[in-house]
Design a protein around this ligand. Structure first.
Ligand code: CAA
Length: 391
Protein backbone atom coordinates (compact mmCIF):
# COMPACT_ATOMS: atom_id res chain seq x y z
CA UNK A 1 0.00 0.00 0.00
CA UNK A 2 1.00 3.65 -0.40
CA UNK A 3 0.43 4.67 3.18
CA UNK A 4 3.54 6.17 4.76
CA UNK A 5 4.55 5.10 8.24
CA UNK A 6 7.38 6.32 10.39
CA UNK A 7 8.45 8.61 13.22
CA UNK A 8 5.79 11.20 13.95
CA UNK A 9 7.43 12.67 17.06
CA UNK A 10 10.79 12.17 18.72
CA UNK A 11 12.35 13.38 21.95
CA UNK A 12 15.16 12.52 24.32
CA UNK A 13 16.09 12.75 27.96
CA UNK A 14 19.45 12.61 29.66
CA UNK A 15 20.17 12.91 33.40
CA UNK A 16 21.24 16.23 34.89
CA UNK A 17 24.80 15.24 35.85
CA UNK A 18 27.82 14.82 33.63
CA UNK A 19 31.51 14.08 33.82
CA UNK A 20 33.85 16.15 31.68
CA UNK A 21 36.12 13.70 29.89
CA UNK A 22 39.15 15.97 30.31
CA UNK A 23 38.69 15.49 34.06
CA UNK A 24 38.45 11.74 33.50
CA UNK A 25 41.59 11.72 31.33
CA UNK A 26 43.54 13.59 33.98
CA UNK A 27 42.39 11.22 36.71
CA UNK A 28 43.31 8.16 34.64
CA UNK A 29 46.68 9.55 33.52
CA UNK A 30 45.64 9.63 29.86
CA UNK A 31 46.28 12.37 27.28
CA UNK A 32 42.90 14.21 27.00
CA UNK A 33 43.20 14.13 23.20
CA UNK A 34 42.86 10.37 23.32
CA UNK A 35 39.31 10.88 24.59
CA UNK A 36 38.49 14.08 22.70
CA UNK A 37 39.93 12.97 19.34
CA UNK A 38 40.91 9.29 19.55
CA UNK A 39 37.55 8.24 21.00
CA UNK A 40 35.78 11.41 19.86
CA UNK A 41 33.77 12.24 22.98
CA UNK A 42 33.64 15.37 25.22
CA UNK A 43 31.36 14.57 28.15
CA UNK A 44 29.24 11.75 29.47
CA UNK A 45 25.94 11.89 31.34
CA UNK A 46 25.88 10.07 34.65
CA UNK A 47 22.63 8.70 36.08
CA UNK A 48 21.90 8.97 39.79
CA UNK A 49 19.97 6.07 41.34
CA UNK A 50 16.60 7.78 40.86
CA UNK A 51 17.05 7.95 37.08
CA UNK A 52 16.84 4.30 36.11
CA UNK A 53 15.80 3.24 32.61
CA UNK A 54 12.10 3.39 33.47
CA UNK A 55 12.22 6.94 34.87
CA UNK A 56 14.44 8.14 32.02
CA UNK A 57 12.18 6.53 29.43
CA UNK A 58 9.06 8.13 30.87
CA UNK A 59 10.86 11.48 31.05
CA UNK A 60 11.84 11.21 27.39
CA UNK A 61 8.27 10.56 26.24
CA UNK A 62 6.29 12.79 28.63
CA UNK A 63 6.82 16.21 26.94
CA UNK A 64 5.80 15.08 23.45
CA UNK A 65 2.59 13.14 24.09
CA UNK A 66 -0.82 14.78 23.72
CA UNK A 67 -3.96 13.33 25.28
CA UNK A 68 -5.02 12.09 21.82
CA UNK A 69 -1.66 10.29 21.38
CA UNK A 70 -2.12 8.60 24.75
CA UNK A 71 -5.54 7.29 23.68
CA UNK A 72 -4.28 6.03 20.31
CA UNK A 73 -1.14 4.15 21.41
CA UNK A 74 -1.78 0.43 20.95
CA UNK A 75 1.78 -0.81 21.24
CA UNK A 76 4.40 0.26 23.75
CA UNK A 77 7.94 -1.06 23.38
CA UNK A 78 10.80 -0.36 25.73
CA UNK A 79 14.12 -1.43 24.26
CA UNK A 80 16.94 -1.75 26.77
CA UNK A 81 20.01 -3.72 27.73
CA UNK A 82 19.91 -2.27 31.26
CA UNK A 83 16.78 -4.15 32.29
CA UNK A 84 15.51 -3.83 35.86
CA UNK A 85 13.56 -7.08 36.02
CA UNK A 86 13.96 -10.52 34.48
CA UNK A 87 10.22 -11.00 34.16
CA UNK A 88 8.09 -7.87 34.11
CA UNK A 89 8.55 -5.59 31.11
CA UNK A 90 9.89 -2.10 31.83
CA UNK A 91 7.14 -0.94 29.45
CA UNK A 92 4.49 -1.70 32.10
CA UNK A 93 6.03 0.75 34.57
CA UNK A 94 6.37 3.33 31.79
CA UNK A 95 2.74 2.81 30.72
CA UNK A 96 1.67 3.63 34.25
CA UNK A 97 3.88 6.71 34.61
CA UNK A 98 2.73 8.11 31.26
CA UNK A 99 -0.96 7.50 31.96
CA UNK A 100 -1.53 5.40 28.84
CA UNK A 101 -4.68 3.31 28.40
CA UNK A 102 -4.81 -0.41 29.22
CA UNK A 103 -5.83 -1.15 25.64
CA UNK A 104 -2.29 -1.79 24.42
CA UNK A 105 0.50 -4.35 24.13
CA UNK A 106 3.38 -3.48 26.46
CA UNK A 107 6.65 -5.33 25.95
CA UNK A 108 10.37 -5.08 26.46
CA UNK A 109 12.86 -5.92 23.69
CA UNK A 110 16.49 -6.88 24.14
CA UNK A 111 19.26 -7.25 21.64
CA UNK A 112 22.03 -4.97 22.88
CA UNK A 113 22.07 -1.62 21.07
CA UNK A 114 19.96 -2.97 18.22
CA UNK A 115 16.81 -3.41 20.38
CA UNK A 116 15.19 -0.07 19.55
CA UNK A 117 15.49 -0.71 15.82
CA UNK A 118 13.73 -4.05 16.30
CA UNK A 119 11.11 -2.11 18.26
CA UNK A 120 10.80 0.57 15.62
CA UNK A 121 10.34 -1.94 12.78
CA UNK A 122 7.80 -3.86 14.86
CA UNK A 123 6.01 -0.57 15.54
CA UNK A 124 5.93 0.31 11.84
CA UNK A 125 4.47 -3.12 11.01
CA UNK A 126 1.91 -2.67 13.79
CA UNK A 127 0.80 0.73 12.53
CA UNK A 128 0.61 -0.54 8.94
CA UNK A 129 -1.73 -3.30 10.06
CA UNK A 130 -3.68 -1.17 12.57
CA UNK A 131 -4.43 2.10 10.76
CA UNK A 132 -5.52 4.82 13.14
CA UNK A 133 -3.45 3.47 15.99
CA UNK A 134 0.01 4.59 17.09
CA UNK A 135 3.00 2.91 18.71
CA UNK A 136 5.44 4.31 21.23
CA UNK A 137 9.02 3.04 21.14
CA UNK A 138 11.37 3.99 23.94
CA UNK A 139 15.10 3.28 23.92
CA UNK A 140 16.55 3.61 27.40
CA UNK A 141 19.96 2.65 28.72
CA UNK A 142 22.76 3.27 31.16
CA UNK A 143 26.13 2.22 29.70
CA UNK A 144 28.46 0.89 32.41
CA UNK A 145 31.87 -0.69 31.92
CA UNK A 146 33.39 0.02 35.32
CA UNK A 147 35.82 2.48 36.85
CA UNK A 148 39.27 2.57 35.27
CA UNK A 149 38.45 0.18 32.42
CA UNK A 150 39.10 0.84 28.69
CA UNK A 151 35.34 1.18 28.17
CA UNK A 152 34.90 3.74 30.97
CA UNK A 153 35.22 6.70 28.62
CA UNK A 154 32.42 5.27 26.45
CA UNK A 155 29.77 5.23 29.19
CA UNK A 156 26.63 7.41 29.20
CA UNK A 157 22.95 7.48 30.12
CA UNK A 158 19.76 8.53 28.42
CA UNK A 159 16.58 7.70 26.55
CA UNK A 160 14.98 8.44 23.22
CA UNK A 161 11.21 8.23 22.73
CA UNK A 162 9.63 7.85 19.29
CA UNK A 163 5.97 7.96 18.40
CA UNK A 164 5.24 5.89 15.29
CA UNK A 165 2.20 6.76 13.18
CA UNK A 166 0.72 6.91 9.67
CA UNK A 167 1.51 10.13 7.75
CA UNK A 168 4.37 10.78 10.16
CA UNK A 169 5.59 14.29 10.92
CA UNK A 170 9.34 13.62 10.90
CA UNK A 171 10.49 10.65 8.80
CA UNK A 172 8.73 8.03 6.70
CA UNK A 173 10.52 4.67 6.99
CA UNK A 174 10.89 2.49 3.89
CA UNK A 175 9.43 -0.98 4.55
CA UNK A 176 12.27 -2.74 2.76
CA UNK A 177 15.49 -2.93 4.75
CA UNK A 178 18.57 -5.10 5.10
CA UNK A 179 19.54 -6.95 8.25
CA UNK A 180 21.90 -9.61 9.49
CA UNK A 181 22.23 -11.68 12.67
CA UNK A 182 25.36 -13.57 13.60
CA UNK A 183 26.35 -14.87 17.04
CA UNK A 184 29.57 -13.15 18.14
CA UNK A 185 31.33 -12.68 21.48
CA UNK A 186 32.18 -9.00 21.10
CA UNK A 187 30.25 -7.59 24.05
CA UNK A 188 27.96 -9.13 26.68
CA UNK A 189 26.69 -8.70 30.22
CA UNK A 190 25.96 -11.82 32.30
CA UNK A 191 22.99 -11.66 34.68
CA UNK A 192 25.25 -11.39 37.72
CA UNK A 193 27.12 -8.35 36.48
CA UNK A 194 26.12 -4.67 36.59
CA UNK A 195 28.91 -3.89 34.14
CA UNK A 196 29.37 -5.04 30.54
CA UNK A 197 32.32 -7.02 29.25
CA UNK A 198 33.74 -6.24 25.84
CA UNK A 199 36.41 -7.44 23.46
CA UNK A 200 36.85 -3.83 22.45
CA UNK A 201 38.90 -4.08 19.25
CA UNK A 202 36.99 -7.15 18.09
CA UNK A 203 33.68 -5.33 18.65
CA UNK A 204 34.90 -2.53 16.38
CA UNK A 205 35.80 -5.08 13.69
CA UNK A 206 32.40 -6.77 13.82
CA UNK A 207 30.62 -3.39 13.72
CA UNK A 208 32.57 -2.25 10.64
CA UNK A 209 32.33 -5.65 8.95
CA UNK A 210 28.56 -5.83 9.34
CA UNK A 211 28.18 -2.26 8.09
CA UNK A 212 30.26 -3.00 4.99
CA UNK A 213 28.34 -6.19 4.30
CA UNK A 214 24.94 -4.51 4.48
CA UNK A 215 26.11 -1.44 2.56
CA UNK A 216 27.45 -3.56 -0.30
CA UNK A 217 24.25 -5.55 -0.40
CA UNK A 218 22.19 -2.36 -0.44
CA UNK A 219 24.35 -1.04 -3.31
CA UNK A 220 23.82 -4.23 -5.32
CA UNK A 221 20.09 -4.06 -4.78
CA UNK A 222 19.92 -0.40 -5.79
CA UNK A 223 18.77 0.72 -2.34
CA UNK A 224 21.81 2.82 -1.50
CA UNK A 225 22.61 5.06 -4.45
CA UNK A 226 25.02 7.47 -2.72
CA UNK A 227 23.95 10.45 -4.85
CA UNK A 228 20.41 10.02 -3.55
CA UNK A 229 21.51 9.89 0.10
CA UNK A 230 21.64 13.16 1.99
CA UNK A 231 22.88 11.64 5.25
CA UNK A 232 23.97 8.34 6.73
CA UNK A 233 23.44 7.83 10.44
CA UNK A 234 25.36 5.33 12.54
CA UNK A 235 25.00 3.69 15.89
CA UNK A 236 27.35 5.86 17.96
CA UNK A 237 28.83 4.11 21.02
CA UNK A 238 31.45 6.89 20.70
CA UNK A 239 31.78 9.16 17.71
CA UNK A 240 35.02 7.60 16.39
CA UNK A 241 33.14 4.32 15.90
CA UNK A 242 30.62 5.88 13.52
CA UNK A 243 33.45 7.71 11.79
CA UNK A 244 35.21 4.39 11.19
CA UNK A 245 32.04 3.07 9.57
CA UNK A 246 31.73 6.13 7.38
CA UNK A 247 35.42 6.04 6.43
CA UNK A 248 34.99 2.67 4.73
CA UNK A 249 33.10 4.60 2.04
CA UNK A 250 35.98 7.04 1.61
CA UNK A 251 38.28 4.53 -0.11
CA UNK A 252 36.90 5.35 -3.53
CA UNK A 253 33.71 3.41 -2.87
CA UNK A 254 31.65 6.55 -3.50
CA UNK A 255 32.49 9.85 -5.20
CA UNK A 256 34.40 12.54 -3.32
CA UNK A 257 31.42 14.89 -3.44
CA UNK A 258 29.11 12.27 -1.95
CA UNK A 259 31.66 11.40 0.73
CA UNK A 260 32.11 15.07 1.63
CA UNK A 261 28.38 15.65 1.95
CA UNK A 262 27.91 12.54 4.12
CA UNK A 263 30.88 13.57 6.29
CA UNK A 264 29.50 17.09 6.84
CA UNK A 265 26.15 15.67 7.89
CA UNK A 266 27.87 13.07 10.06
CA UNK A 267 29.51 15.90 12.04
CA UNK A 268 26.06 17.29 12.87
CA UNK A 269 24.76 13.87 13.86
CA UNK A 270 27.35 13.51 16.65
CA UNK A 271 26.86 16.90 18.35
CA UNK A 272 24.49 15.58 21.04
CA UNK A 273 26.13 12.17 21.40
CA UNK A 274 29.53 13.75 22.14
CA UNK A 275 27.88 15.40 25.18
CA UNK A 276 25.74 12.47 26.37
CA UNK A 277 27.93 9.43 25.74
CA UNK A 278 26.79 5.97 24.74
CA UNK A 279 23.10 5.39 25.39
CA UNK A 280 23.20 1.99 23.68
CA UNK A 281 19.70 1.42 22.18
CA UNK A 282 19.04 5.14 21.78
CA UNK A 283 22.39 6.16 20.29
CA UNK A 284 21.50 6.03 16.59
CA UNK A 285 18.23 7.85 17.33
CA UNK A 286 20.02 10.54 19.33
CA UNK A 287 22.18 10.91 16.21
CA UNK A 288 18.99 11.40 14.19
CA UNK A 289 17.77 14.15 16.56
CA UNK A 290 21.22 15.72 16.56
CA UNK A 291 21.35 15.79 12.75
CA UNK A 292 17.87 17.23 12.30
CA UNK A 293 18.32 19.88 15.01
CA UNK A 294 21.84 20.96 14.08
CA UNK A 295 21.62 20.94 10.29
CA UNK A 296 20.14 23.90 8.43
CA UNK A 297 20.62 22.50 4.94
CA UNK A 298 18.41 19.39 4.86
CA UNK A 299 14.98 19.58 3.26
CA UNK A 300 11.73 17.64 3.27
CA UNK A 301 11.96 14.86 0.69
CA UNK A 302 15.64 14.22 1.44
CA UNK A 303 16.53 10.55 1.87
CA UNK A 304 18.71 9.34 4.73
CA UNK A 305 20.16 5.97 5.72
CA UNK A 306 20.34 4.56 9.26
CA UNK A 307 22.78 1.87 10.37
CA UNK A 308 21.85 0.18 13.63
CA UNK A 309 24.25 -2.21 15.35
CA UNK A 310 23.81 -4.33 18.45
CA UNK A 311 26.65 -6.44 19.79
CA UNK A 312 26.11 -10.10 19.91
CA UNK A 313 25.40 -9.25 16.97
CA UNK A 314 22.50 -7.92 14.91
CA UNK A 315 22.76 -5.09 12.40
CA UNK A 316 20.26 -3.38 10.14
CA UNK A 317 20.55 -0.78 7.39
CA UNK A 318 17.38 1.02 6.43
CA UNK A 319 16.25 4.18 4.72
CA UNK A 320 13.84 7.00 5.42
CA UNK A 321 12.58 10.26 3.91
CA UNK A 322 12.24 13.59 5.70
CA UNK A 323 8.62 14.71 5.86
CA UNK A 324 7.20 18.18 5.09
CA UNK A 325 7.11 20.32 8.22
CA UNK A 326 9.59 18.15 10.12
CA UNK A 327 11.44 21.20 11.48
CA UNK A 328 8.38 22.40 13.36
CA UNK A 329 8.38 19.09 15.29
CA UNK A 330 11.88 19.59 16.69
CA UNK A 331 12.93 21.35 19.86
CA UNK A 332 16.56 22.43 19.51
CA UNK A 333 16.33 25.14 22.19
CA UNK A 334 14.83 22.86 24.81
CA UNK A 335 17.37 20.14 24.06
CA UNK A 336 20.25 22.61 24.18
CA UNK A 337 18.96 23.78 27.57
CA UNK A 338 18.62 20.17 28.76
CA UNK A 339 22.30 19.57 27.99
CA UNK A 340 23.54 22.91 29.30
CA UNK A 341 21.60 22.77 32.56
CA UNK A 342 23.44 19.61 33.66
CA UNK A 343 25.67 19.79 36.71
CA UNK A 344 29.34 18.99 36.29
CA UNK A 345 30.54 16.28 38.67
CA UNK A 346 33.97 16.13 40.22
CA UNK A 347 35.71 12.81 39.73
CA UNK A 348 34.99 11.86 43.34
CA UNK A 349 31.29 12.68 42.91
CA UNK A 350 31.16 10.65 39.69
CA UNK A 351 32.78 7.63 41.30
CA UNK A 352 30.38 7.84 44.26
CA UNK A 353 27.36 8.14 41.93
CA UNK A 354 28.63 5.25 39.81
CA UNK A 355 29.06 3.04 42.88
CA UNK A 356 25.70 3.82 44.56
CA UNK A 357 23.45 0.76 44.78
CA UNK A 358 19.86 -0.20 45.40
CA UNK A 359 19.21 -2.48 48.36
CA UNK A 360 18.84 -6.15 47.44
CA UNK A 361 17.55 -7.53 50.76
CA UNK A 362 13.93 -6.43 50.53
CA UNK A 363 14.34 -3.62 53.03
CA UNK A 364 12.96 -0.14 52.53
CA UNK A 365 15.15 2.42 50.81
CA UNK A 366 14.37 6.03 50.10
CA UNK A 367 16.07 7.52 47.06
CA UNK A 368 16.86 11.18 46.71
CA UNK A 369 15.22 12.92 43.75
CA UNK A 370 18.23 14.15 41.80
CA UNK A 371 16.67 15.78 38.73
CA UNK A 372 14.15 18.47 39.60
CA UNK A 373 13.95 20.04 36.14
CA UNK A 374 10.36 20.82 35.13
CA UNK A 375 10.42 18.61 32.05
CA UNK A 376 11.66 15.55 34.00
CA UNK A 377 8.82 14.71 36.41
CA UNK A 378 9.44 10.96 36.76
CA UNK A 379 11.89 9.28 39.12
CA UNK A 380 12.54 6.19 41.19
CA UNK A 381 11.60 7.19 44.72
CA UNK A 382 12.65 4.04 46.53
CA UNK A 383 12.63 0.31 47.09
CA UNK A 384 10.15 -1.61 49.21
CA UNK A 385 9.83 -5.38 49.54
CA UNK A 386 12.00 -5.95 46.43
CA UNK A 387 9.76 -3.65 44.33
CA UNK A 388 10.69 -0.36 42.72
CA UNK A 389 8.55 2.59 43.77
CA UNK A 390 8.17 5.24 41.08
CA UNK A 391 6.80 8.73 41.11
N1 CAA B 1 45.50 11.72 20.62
C1 CAA B 1 44.63 11.31 19.66
N2 CAA B 1 44.22 10.02 19.55
C2 CAA B 1 44.72 9.11 20.41
C3 CAA B 1 45.64 9.48 21.40
C4 CAA B 1 46.04 10.85 21.49
N3 CAA B 1 46.87 11.26 22.43
N4 CAA B 1 45.96 8.36 22.09
C5 CAA B 1 45.24 7.34 21.55
N5 CAA B 1 44.49 7.78 20.53
C6 CAA B 1 43.54 7.01 19.69
C7 CAA B 1 44.07 5.67 19.23
O1 CAA B 1 44.96 5.83 18.14
C8 CAA B 1 42.79 4.97 18.87
O2 CAA B 1 42.33 5.46 17.62
P1 CAA B 1 41.82 4.41 16.48
O3 CAA B 1 40.73 3.60 17.11
O4 CAA B 1 41.34 5.30 15.39
O5 CAA B 1 42.99 3.57 16.12
C9 CAA B 1 41.79 5.49 19.91
O6 CAA B 1 42.41 6.66 20.47
C10 CAA B 1 41.45 4.49 21.02
O7 CAA B 1 42.63 4.12 21.67
P2 CAA B 1 43.12 2.59 21.81
O8 CAA B 1 43.30 2.00 20.45
O9 CAA B 1 44.27 2.57 22.73
O10 CAA B 1 41.87 1.83 22.42
P3 CAA B 1 41.44 1.57 23.94
O11 CAA B 1 42.19 0.43 24.50
O12 CAA B 1 41.42 2.84 24.69
O13 CAA B 1 39.93 1.07 23.74
C11 CAA B 1 37.68 0.95 22.95
C12 CAA B 1 38.98 1.77 22.97
C13 CAA B 1 37.95 -0.41 22.33
C14 CAA B 1 36.66 1.68 22.11
C15 CAA B 1 37.18 0.81 24.39
O14 CAA B 1 36.81 2.07 24.87
C16 CAA B 1 36.00 -0.13 24.55
O15 CAA B 1 36.18 -1.33 24.72
N6 CAA B 1 34.72 0.40 24.52
C17 CAA B 1 33.54 -0.39 24.70
C18 CAA B 1 33.17 -1.27 23.52
C19 CAA B 1 32.62 -0.50 22.35
O16 CAA B 1 32.04 0.57 22.49
N7 CAA B 1 32.76 -1.03 21.13
C20 CAA B 1 32.23 -0.39 19.93
C21 CAA B 1 31.70 -1.40 18.94
S1 CAA B 1 30.44 -2.40 19.74
C22 CAA B 1 29.05 -1.42 19.73
O17 CAA B 1 28.96 -0.46 18.99
C23 CAA B 1 27.92 -1.77 20.66
C24 CAA B 1 28.00 -0.89 21.86
O18 CAA B 1 27.37 0.17 21.90
C25 CAA B 1 28.85 -1.31 22.96
Amino acid sequence: TDVQVGIDKIDFYTPNHYLDLVDLAQARGVDPNKYLIGIGQSKMSVAALDQDIVAMGANAAEPMLTEADRQEIGLLVVATESGIDQSKAAALFVQDLLGLTNNLRAIEIKEACYGATAGLQLACDYVRSHPGRKALVIASDIARYGLDTPGEVTQGAGSVAMLVACDPGIIAIEPESLYESRSTGDFWRPNYSAEAFARGKFSEEVYVGMFEGLWNKARKQGMARPESLQALLFHIPFSKMGRKGLRTLGDGTITEADYERLTERFERSIVYGREVGNIYTGSVYLALISLLENDESLNPGDRIGLFSYGSGSVAELYFATLMPGYRARLEPQRHQALLESRERLSLTEYEAMFSAKLVTDGSEQEIKHSDCRDDAPHYLAGMKGHERQYR
